[in-house]
Design a protein around this ligand. Structure first.
Ligand code: 2HG
Ligand code: ZN
Length: 461
């Protein structure tokens, strides 16, 4: 059967693209590590369109790759093997909002910011947030169980999904949990699809929970003397304030954001590490507590200097010190790792990882930052100017087994929030047991017996 005529018959000519620009654009994500090579891009407009595509793909053993905002960093949305990309850009409507239920039902292609704005317009709040909120899509966020900068208070995307409509690899439509808060009727398949990276089926609609907005979010940036002190500062502020974020970055990382992006330093003192914390400053008493904790941290010499926002715009500009890091570093061809351990293990772990890299590769610059309040470190190694990219990546990759073994020994994860995709597929055994991986493969074969849903990603089925 001729493939393209059938695809256009199913979705309409206007919803299938095959020009080379689109193939390149929709065939990759932010990793840029693989050469995109899909055969077509399909733009379904309804769940039934997706179902028709999946049913057809099964008859041809045609591989389908889901595409959201393609802001992923693990190659989960890469199509490099003549797949058909199923792009959700035209399923971008918020279908329903209910103030009593505090929920919004979105098509999968709704942009994160669109949902945040709808919540705001209705005096509510959608708390999952990250630098890519302006382009990432709800379906992709759910498929990767996205984290971001507010996890310490609000948890991961998983916490906000009340219901999911999915098309399985068998072409069945499942309406999971139907927006209910309580539903004790056995296995909750909704949670199986969250974080499954499109390998079991494609999410077409989601009912998302909203909450009441936090009051007067205030940001503090603190200069920290050492890693142990960083953890002490976290503990101190966590005990006295209702933190909505606790992020950190090293001084070298700050250097790049400051010099390349021109973002002003928070204060004159340079310190080895910085913490950025955010809290609800909802009463005078709360502010007093914040200052008291700050003074205490200064006295103990954990904190060497600090700045606090006095307005929303000041809070936003302090946030840029953290939120602009990833984009700034992308100019330096970084080698990325996204690692986590239990929060209490961070100092020991971080020291061991950094030592491992610097001992082996003296000319590599190691930068780190992350969601320290979640035990999540983003480790970025910068390519030396005089080294070819291929050689640099080869050397970094050869170090991975040692970093991952260390992570395994400390019961950590080799992918804290960026997902597995293509890049970490062969490394998940450092974080998941062989029994777990065998069950994952069996689940894949139930939902996707012909292996057409995002093949080659997450597990080597
Ligand atoms: C962040 O927290 C993102 O800024 C990106 O997860 C991390 O670029 C990275 O390594
Ligand atoms: Zn992150």
């Amino acid at each position: 059967m001729k493939l393209l005529p059938k695809l256009t018959e199913l979705l309409g000519t206007e919803n299938i693209l095959t020009d080379s620009d689109s193939l390149k654009r929709y065939g990759c994500d932010w990793t840029k590590t693989h050469q995109p090579d899909p055969i077509a891009i399909a733009f379904p407009k309804t769940t039934e369109h997706v179902q028709a595509l999946v049913k057809f793909a099964n008859t041809q053993e045609l591989a389908l790759v889901p595409s959201g905002g393609r802001t992923g960093l693990s190659g989960g949305a890469v199509a490099a093997n003549k797949e058909v990309v199923v792009a959700f850009d035209r399923m971008n409507k918020i279908i329903d909002f209910n103030a009593t239920d505090r929920s919004a039902t979105c098509q999968a292609g709704v942009i994160t910011q669109q949902l945040q704005q709808l919540a705001k317009d209705n005096h509510l709040y959608y708390p999952v947030n990250f630098a890519s909120s302006g382009s990432s899509q709800i379906g992709g966020n759910i498929a990767t169980n996205a984290g971001g900068i507010k996890v310490v208070r609000y948890g991961l995307t998983r916490n906000w999904v009340l219901g999911l409509k999915v098309v399985t690899g068998n072409g069945e439509i499942l309406d999971l949990n139907k927006g209910l808060v309580k539903n004790a009727t056995g296995y909750d398949l909704r949670h199986l699809f969250i974080g499954s990276e499109g390998t079991l089926g494609f999410i077409t609609e989601a009912t998302m929970r909203l909450t009441k907005p936090p009051k007067n979010l205030t940001v503090m940036v603190l200069g920290i003397s050492n890693i142990d002190a960083l953890m002490k500062v976290f503990e101190a502020f966590q005990n006295t304030l209702d933190l909505t974020a606790f992020e950190c970055f090293s001084d070298r990382t700050l250097h790049y954001v400051h010099t390349d992006k021109g973002i002003p330093l928070p204060f004159d003192t340079r310190t080895p590490y910085y913490a950025l914390l955010e809290f609800e400053n909802d009463s005078e008493q709360r502010e007093k507590e914040a200052f008291k904790t700050f003074d205490n941290c200064i006295q103990k010499e954990w904190v060497l200097d600090g700045a606090m926002s006095q307005s929303e715009s000041q809070a936003q500009s302090l946030w840029r010190l953290r939120e602009d890091i990833s984009e700034t570093l992308s100019a330096y061809t970084p080698y990325k790792n996204d690692l986590s351990v239990k929060i209490s293990v961070i100092p020991e772990y971080l020291e061991a990882v950094v030592q491992l890299i610097t001992e082996n590769y003296t000319e590599f610059e190691v930068l780190w930052y992350g969601h320290i309040g979640d035990g999540n470190i983003h480790l970025n190694i910068l390519k030396p100017e005089n080294m070819e990219a291929d050689e640099f990546f080869k050397q970094c990759k050869s170090l991975n087994p040692r970093i991952f073994q260390l992570t395994q020994t400390m019961n950590g994860s080799v992918s804290a929030e960026h997902g597995v995709g293509l890049l970490k597929r062969d490394d998940i055994s450092y974080s998941r047991s062989k029994e777990e991986i065998a069950i994952m493969k069996e689940l894949k074969s139930i939902f996707d017996p012909n292996g057409i849903m995002n093949p080659g990603k997450l597990i080597n089925a």
